[in-house]
Write a protein that binds this ligand. Structure first.
Ligand code: SF4
Length: 470
């Protein structure tokens, strides 16, 4: 959806302001559609009343993402792949972070298979207020044996409810996998120049999304996508080939960029499908697992930035996963809206009447840095996060979003009572030191205003020198 004006979406709505969607006005709902916080189905008059049929059709066409969105899996673990509207994050935002699919194979011993599947589906890391996780499991047939592939998938599904990618170029193997897994709506990987007729039939029969693999030939890839679309198969993922190094890696990245450009800038609907990247191919370049994991991570970073909509990976080492998770998190935050925590007062450890109260802003990165510096040093404290629209301390002091009145009012909105504290005091961030006099006046001199360090990493030293207050 390139449309950014709610007015143009409003024209396709009933314009009755009936409030059935939960919004006060149709215009507010139109703004929600642009932000993708509302769905078309939530305007029930539009969907249910025949007289609006043309408007409904027009609206659906306007709001369809430039890059088709594909759903894989079912239930709350279902993932969305693609669905983007822009080339670059700063042009608006990206919406659907590329799921990371970690591989297992049908040659693994059962105990090892179960162990790895458990590791994949329980891995999580708390980062700036959110749990980052792996989203998918790629089951690779290395035996080329349909029975072994089916048994492997069965075991994977008994162990985890994560969405699957079924990987084989052998239609008989894919069919055996689909017999077990079709209801869980896996993605099949892949149709190629040799097997496309049989794989298309499987995608049709089992109603599952399918990957088209034509390495390093975008014209042939497009031609296959057109053929599949003409058969009614439009839940497609494109594999333009992932070379792990050398000149072909350069071509790989250029192909990713060209495909994204064709979809979002040139509106080439024939090829506007999400693209799969295979950082796992790093393992073809070396037998040293440390170097392979390192290079896999580098490739993941490159494809995350260059339009990879789904990644197949191997290394579960923290040194490989963490950088990729963090990079993906940051690329897929909305640049129009800094990541925020809810304003309010928070406890760190077990604070009591002798504990300090630290002031910070609700910019998530600032808040969680302060919280981590306090918690990791075993300090029991309160933190009050002031609503600055997600702006950090230095900028919000300069811009006025953080000011003495706002800090005073923020305490008024909590049930925190200074009267119950042994040391009624507030610790300002060092960068807000200039507020101390005015803030003390606002509290009528009943609360001591202390100036903490500029860097929360120094809170532990500050506590030794200044807490409790003399
Ligand atoms: S339900 Fe539809 S018609 Fe009613 S207010 Fe919402 S957008 Fe407007």
């Amino acid at each position: 959806m390139k449309e950014t004006s709610p007015l143009n979406l409003y024209k396709q709505l009933p314009q009755t302001n009936c409030k059935k969607c939960g919004e006060q006005t149709c215009m507010a709902y139109a703004a929600g559609l642009i932000a993708r916080t509302r769905k078309v189905e939530e305007c029930t008059p539009l969907v249910e009343e025949k007289k609006y049929a043309k408007k409904l059709e027009a609206l659906k066409s306007i709001i369809a993402p430039e890059l088709k969105m594909i759903y894989v899996g079912v239930g709350d673990k279902q993932v969305k792949i693609g669905g983007e509207d822009v080339m670059f994050r700063h042009q608006m935002t990206f919406f659907n972070k590329p799921p990371f699919a970690y591989d297992v194979t049908d040659a693994m011993e059962e105990a090892k298979l179960v162990e790895r599947v458990k590791m994949i589906s329980t891995w999580k890391k708390f980062y700036i207020g959110k749990w980052e996780r792996v989203e998918m499991i790629a089951v690779r047939s290395v035996t080329d044996d349909p029975a072994k592939f089916a048994a492997c998938i069965k075991k994977v599904m008994e162990t985890s409810d994560y969405p699957l990618i079924l990987c084989s170029f052998n239609p008989a193997v894919l069919k055996a996998g689909l017999e077990v897994a079709a209801k869980a709506k896996p993605l099949i990987y892949a149709a190629n120049k040799d097997n496309w007729k049989e794989v298309a039939q499987l995608a049709f029969d089992y109603k599952v999304p399918v990957t088209l693999s034509v390495p390093f030939d975008l014209d042939a890839l497009k031609s296959m996508a057109v053929t599949f679309a003409s058969m009614g198969l439009t839940d497609l993922v494109l594999d333009p080939g992932t070379a792990p190094n050398g000149k072909k890696l350069q071509q790989t990245l250029q192909n990713f960029i060209n495909l994204r450009r064709a979809a979002v800038e040139e509106a080439q609907r024939d090829i506007a499908y999400p693209v799969i990247a295979l950082p796992i191919n790093a393992w073809l370049t070396t037998e040293d697992p440390v170097r392979a994991a390192y290079w896999e991570s580098v490739l993941t970073a490159a494809f995350t930035i260059r339009g990879g909509a789904l990644m197949v990976k191997h290394s579960l080492g923290a040194h490989s996963m963490m950088p990729d998770m963090h990079l993906r998190f940051n690329i897929y935050t909305d640049p129009r809206k800094p990541v925020q925590v809810k304003p309010g007062i928070y406890k760190v450890g077990n604070p009591g009447v002798e504990s300090p109260v630290f002031v910070t802003t609700n910019f998530a990165l600032t808040y969680y840095t302060v919280e981590s510096d306090i918690a990791s040093n075993g300090i029991d404290a309160y933190i009050i996060s002031i609503g600055t629209d997600g702006i950090g301390v230095q900028a919000s002091v300069a811009g006025g979003q953080l000011n003495p009145t706002k800090i005073k009012d923020a305490f008024g909105e909590t049930d925190f009572k200074f009267e119950g504290q042994k040391y009624p005091a507030i610790v300002l961030p060092g960068m807000a030191a200039k507020f101390s006099g005015e803030l003390e006046e606002l509290f009528g001199g009943k609360v001591k205003i202390m100036v903490g360090p500029e860097d929360s990493g120094r809170i532990v030293g500050w506590m030794k020198d200044f807490w409790p207050p003399k």
